[in-house]
Design a protein around this ligand. Structure first.
Ligand SMILES: *Cc1c(COP(=O)(O)O)cnc(C)c1O
Ligand SMILES: [Zn+2]
Length: 417
């Protein structure tokens, strides 16, 4: 039996609705593009939870929003504390960009140090509900690490497919957590196909982004937190980096949920930030292209977590920008690396390139007039800088920072200071 709060799963292409017991992943009529949107019974949800009841809820994880999530109320949840990450006010950076207010939502503070924990937490609960023996995912690295860590927390066997080129720290996480790790000599897109094939063939639970409809539902919790942390006074703009487009679609979904519940009175503009070397959605948005026919682009960027030639969740991602009067911007690898040090020095938040890209996007959006002086802005940092040390060192090199190397003598100090 599917949970009572879910009403339908609706295909984003044909609009056909299914009950949650009827299909597991995608619309049978539309294959991999037929991603399903989870629809809720908001009247029912309103009868079980309110903004006031949340005030007395001591559960400071994504599970404080359990009645708004696609899981059975009685399902056990994993012990790792996913969610409720800090929302920092960044006054110095706000004045640098000439805007009223800027907050950094810091998802580097998740258990496995990226935003992906939000989705993987849902995946393992759904897999357990379906009594799956093995969970699998393909990933550029962070979704894999997230699934791997969460599986370790509940002793859940899992198989992970990542490109061989994934940053070392992310591969180390997988091995440390004890996953079966498959390094694919190819791109993320190829790893994705191989993983899907294996899931089908062996009957594994498939967590893949832009395929499993429940991943958006985990990712939407960031929007719940931002709004609750701001006492339900919504910002004007939220910026987030975009690879497959699942996060921005999730942010949009979370905001729509809150709006439909009557907990917020408007929906902020969503700005998706892509790397110029992997800018499928930026191009599609700018040129009004049809993402059902637009072919994959060659993806090549230092921001590995947003390197995606054919964004899997492109339909929801495009809708997130279009339906909120938002936008897409694109930033170069140089701008991303500069953002790593600028964000760190201006706020104390150390982001991996894909996380810093969202901050680089603020500068771009400001320059393009997409963010105005009066706007209150949230930038989401999606991953920790410790995930990719070589890129961090490249960023510091570009910023002109060099360590001082000295012999351990007092005279050496005098020569320098
Ligand atoms: C996955 C990821 C993104 C992008 O999320 P999508 O859903 O693929 O758009 C951005 N930043 C980091 C650090 C990520 O791991
Ligand atoms: Zn369909």
């Amino acid at each position: 039996m599917s949970p009572k709060q879910i009403s339908r799963l609706r295909c984003v292409i044909c609009g056909k609705g299914y009950s949650a017991d009827e299909v597991s992943y995608i619309c049978p009529d539309h294959g991999n593009e037929g991603i399903l949107d989870v629809e809720y019974d908001y009247d029912y949800i309103r009868s079980t939870v309110s903004r006031d009841s949340l005030l007395n809820n001591a559960e400071m994880t994504i599970w404080r929003y359990k009645p708004l999530l696609p899981v059975d109320p009685d399902s056990e949840t994993p012990p790792l504390a996913v969610g409720w990450t800090p929302l920092y006010s960044a006054a110095r950076l706000a004045s640098k960009h000439g805007i009223t207010k800027l907050w950094i939502k810091d998802d580097s503070r998740q258990p496995t140090a990226s935003f992906k924990d939000r989705a993987s937490a849902i995946a393992i609960v759904k897999a357990r509900e379906q009594k799956a023996e093995i969970i699998t995912t393909a990933s550029t690295g962070n979704a894999a690490a997230a699934l791997s860590g969460l599986c370790a927390s509940i002793d859940q066997p899992n198989v992970i497919f990542v490109p061989e080129s994934a940053p070392q720290a992310k591969i180390a996480q997988l091995l440390v957590f004890g996953s079966r790790v498959v390094l694919v000599k190819g791109t993320y897109d190829q790893a994705f196909e191989l993983c899907s094939l294996a899931a089908n063939k062996f009957g594994w639970y498939n967590r893949n982004t832009g395929f499993n409809p429940y991943m958006t539902e985990g990712k939407k919790t960031v929007a719940f937190e931002i709004c609750e942390q701001l006492a339900w006074r919504v910002p004007d703009v939220i910026l987030v980096s975009v690879g497959d487009g699942c996060i921005i679609g999730g942010v949009h979904k979370g905001l729509k949920d809150l709006f439909n519940l009557g907990w917020i009175d408007r929906i902020p503009r969503l700005i998706g930030v892509q790397a110029s070397g992997s800018s499928y959605l930026y191009q599609a948005w700018k040129n009004g292209e049809d993402v059902l026919t637009k072919p994959a682009v060659e993806a090549n960027t230092i921001a590995d977590s947003i390197s995606a030639g054919l964004p899997r969740d492109r339909i929801k991602a495009l809708a997130a920008a279009n339906e909120t009067e938002g936008a897409f911007v694109s930033v170069s690898d140089e701008e991303i690396l500069a953002a790593v040090t600028d964000l760190a020095r201006g706020s104390g938040v150390f982001a991996e390139p894909a996380g810093a890209a969202a901050y680089a996007g603020l500068e771009k959006a400001r320059a393009e007039g997409l963010v105005g002086a009066k706007d209150k802005v949230v930038v989401i940092n999606t991953g920790s800088g410790l995930k990719d040390i070589p890129s961090a060192l490249k960023a510091t090199e570009l910023s002109g920072s060099e360590p001082i190397i000295i012999t351990p003598e007092a005279e050496a100090l005098d020569k320098i200071f």
